[in-house]
Design a protein around this ligand. Structure first.
Ligand code: S3P
Length: 445
């Protein structure tokens, strides 16, 4: 239980969501921009960087390893790359905070350095499985130890000589794929990673932007070791996952009509869009364009009558971060929604199936958890009450969206981690017409 620590939100159902919003920069792209720019030769500029606790932790880690990173303005970074072999040992453990992406990608990068490193994180991250990176990196020649069960902190010994491998991922994971590709930059020969389902491909496309070719065939990606990266400019699109809360909110609240500007629509991220449209959502993409090599669009969403569906299992990786929000849409849609093949949700920043099931049930929703998903029977009106986010940013924001469909106000405890991915959530939500107020978790309101 996380109630009692930090801050809570009080959210009240209100009028329609209207206007034009821009959500912050993409978290996945921002992490990778800092990592690749740091090991590139020359000075890179990043525009639209996410000023979230997760991505700030990544930037702090590279500063601790001797990279000069300037922040001339909010969401702007100038990164003075030190080259593939220019990082130096940090004086203490690198703290990844809540960020699984930071820890898993850094484990690949640090496995190849001449110096020792320790990667640690907050209570949530120290419970997340790291064997999935330890095992393949060890096959490449890395020396990494975790706590029993393959949990962080991770102790990485420097000076290992890595050799490329051909690795088939047992679970679809962009983080594991990326960790291996980053280690592969330093390995002898080629490193090939094959995924069971394609996942977000930012590491592959950004490596190419830094001048390192990545060969892609079907679900495989291959890099050759020893190729230098050269500095470039990165434009970070708005984060589709952050937009997702507003797509669900505006779909559910009658009379809503919202425009979300310049959102990244990489097809490996937009499963929620397809799912909401399958559920009867009124969502259109306008002004499609390419920003820094990534497809973006302004997304228009209007209120609609949603109905339940079975989410196609092959779509799960394309909406892996959006299930908390989808559960809310399903809880308020007509009829039944089934989610299967999503066991990974149990090892995210929280057990997202468990946290969302408990939260939505407390608000009067009708649903059953399964090992790898849920069955949700939609209701027009939820009731309201007090719920806990499990200290999970996406569950907190999703439960705030659920509050918009409740007859009474909702109190959501432990919302501080929203700052990991969406630091201005309340401000942007208020500007769209949501009534949301922050209070200390200790308050009895
Ligand atoms: C991410 C990959 C996904 C996703 C996470 C970000 C990335 O994790 O859930 O929020 O940036 O590579 P998995 O690789 O564990 O699926």
């Amino acid at each position: 239980m996380s109630a009692g620590a930090g801050n809570a939100w009080i959210v009240r159902a209100g009028g329609p969501l209207r206007g034009c919003l821009r959500v912050p920069g993409d978290k996945s792209v921002s992490h990778r921009a800092v990592m690749l720019a740091s090991i590139a030769e020359g000075t890179s500029r990043v525009h639209g960087f996410l000023e979230g606790a997760d991505t700030l932790a990544t930037a702090a880690a590279f500063r601790a390893m001797g990279v000069r990173i300037e922040a001339p303005a909010p969401s702007e970074r100038i990164i003075h790359g030190v080259g593939l072999h220019g990082l130096s040992a940090a004086s203490q453990a690198l703290d990844c905070g809540n960020a699984g992406t930071a820890m898993r990608l850094l484990s690949g990068l640090l496995a190849a350095q001449r110096f020792d490193s320790v990667l640690t994180g907050d209570d949530s991250l120290r419970k997340r499985p790291m064997r999935r990176v330890i095992e393949p990196l060890t096959q490449m020649g890395a020396r990494i130890d975790g706590e029993p069960g393959g949990l962080p902190p991770l102790r990485i010994q420097g000076g290992a000589v890595l050799t490329g491998i051909d690795y088939a991922l047992p679970v679809a994971s962009a983080q594991v794929k990326s960790a291996l590709l980053l280690a592969g930059l330093y390995a002898r020969g080629d490193t090939t990673v094959t995924e069971p389902h394609p996942t977000r491909d930012y590491t592959e496309s950004m490596l190419a932007a830094f001048g390192v070719p990545v060969q892609r065939h079907g679900n495989s990606a291959r890099v050759r070791g020893g190729m230098p990266l050269s500095a470039t400019r990165i434009d970070v699109p708005a984060d589709f996952s952050s937009a997702g809360f507003f797509l669900v909110a505006a779909s559910l609240v009658p009379g809503s009509d919202l425009l979300l500007e310049a959102v990244g629509i990489n097809p490996r991220r937009t499963g929620l869009l397809d799912t909401l449209i399958d559920m009867g959502g009124d969502i259109t993409l306008e002004n499609r364009r390419v920003l820094g090599g990534e497809p973006v669009a302004d997304i228009r969403v209007r209120a609609a009558r949603l109905h339940g569906i079975s989410v196609p299992v092959e779509r799960v990786p394309d909406m892996i971060d959006e299930f908390p929000a989808l559960f809310v849409a399903a809880a308020c849609a007509e009829g039944e929604t089934r989610v299967t093949g999503a066991a990974e949700l149990r090892v995210k920043e929280s057990d997202r199936i468990g946290v969302m099931a408990a939260g939505l049930r407390a608000l009067g929703a009708d649903l059953e958890e399964t090992a790898d998903g849920a069955i949700l029977r939609g209701r027009k009106q939820l009731v309201g009450g007090r719920v806990d986010s499990g200290t999970d940013h996406r569950c907190a924001m999703s439960l705030a969206v659920a509050a918009l469909c409740c007859s009474e106000s909702v109190r959501i405890d432990a919302v501080d981690n929203v700052a990991t991915s969406f630091p201005d959530f309340e401000k942007i939500a208020i500007s769209a017409g949501i009534e949301i107020e922050m209070i200390p978790c200790t308050a009895t309101k």
